[in-house]
Write a protein that binds this ligand. Structure first.
Ligand code: SAH
Length: 273
């Protein structure tokens, strides 16, 4: 292999906490900064959504699990944040590893705030979020010029675990041709109902991408009307994508090999256009 360009890798200083995105699963989707962090960390505090294969990229680090397991109550967010403060004060290089991007529905902001409030220096390493990269592995472009000029990322439940009633579904239904829902399985029926009531069509294409980018990945295609029933049979984690961009999977499901179809029924855009 040809030599790589030189690069000033940031040095992980003792007493710092780096909030790092692990991407959606496939270790190949880690950023170079994430890899650099994993190689220097003394301790990795990781969530349930982080693939264990990724921890193997930090062979020298102590591992601390901070997610839900076996029906036991999950550690409280405040306890996790304070544990990070403690570890940093012990002089460790603390890598807080989160699935996807730490600042996308990942509470990275909250943890960062606590660290900053306690005077702990932080660095943030963004990651590929499941709602973008996970869909790409399913052959679904989150935007496409023939489909959407905007996309809405939304969480399927609020802090109390309820469907986010504070959300204005009517506005969301009207605002974006494509809606990408994180944590949406539990309340899929209610969400589908709200979107239909707001005027989205029952035949609108929907994909549910589960365990995206991992060897266990599966993709179910349905419609908005069919979403409640299909979602009921799926275990988290999954991304729900609602919109005509889902049809592009018929041409772009690259893991299934080359295809020659035009799912939107539009001309194929010349690359230079
Ligand atoms: N910070 C993460 C999101 C955390 S919220 C990110 O940027 O991707 C947790 C939700 O993310 C899950 O309930 C699911 O909706 C989604 N998610 C995370 N990883 C996923 C994966 N590999 N496949 C499908 N959905 C995933």
């Amino acid at each position: 292999m040809p030599e790589l360009p030189s690069f000033e890798w940031p040095v992980f200083q003792p007493g710092w906490v780096w909030l790092v995105g692990a991407g959606p699963g496939d270790p190949g989707l880690l950023t170079l900064h994430a890899l650099n962090a994993l190689r220097q960390a003394d301790v990795v505090v990781y969530d349930a959504l982080v693939e264990t294969a990724i921890l193997d990229w930090a062979p020298g680090a102590e591992r601390i699990y901070a997610g839900k397991r076996g029906g036991k109550p999950s550690p409280k967010q405040r306890d996790i944040s304070l544990r990070l403060v403690e570890l940093a004060r012990e002089g460790k290089r603390v890598l807080r590893l989160k699935g996807g991007d730490p600042f996308v529905f990942g509470r990275g902001g909250e943890e960062g705030q606590t660290l900053v409030a306690h005077g702990v220096p932080i660095r943030v390493v963004p990651g590929i979020s499941a709602g973008i990269g996970g869909l790409a592995y399913a052959g679904i472009p989150v935007t496409h010029r023939d489909v959407n000029q905007s996309v809405t990322f939304v969480t399927g439940h609020d802090q109390t675990g309820q469907a986010p009633s504070a959300l204005d579904w009517r506005a969301i239904a009207r605002a974006s041709e494509v809606i990408v829902i994180y944590m949406g399985l539990k309340h899929a029926a209610q969400i589908a109902g709200e979107l239909l009531a707001a005027g989205r069509v029952p035949s609108e294409p929907v994909a549910i991408v589960r365990d995206a980018t991992t060897p266990r990945m599966s993709v179910l295609e349905t419609t908005l009307a069919g979403l409640p029933e299909v979602a009921a049979g799926v275990e988290p984690p999954a991304i729900i994508c609602i919109g005509r961009n889902v049809l592009l999977r018929q041409a772009l499901d690259w893991q299934a090999g080359p295809r020659a179809v035009d799912p939107l029924g539009t001309r194929v855009r010349p690359q230079s256009a």
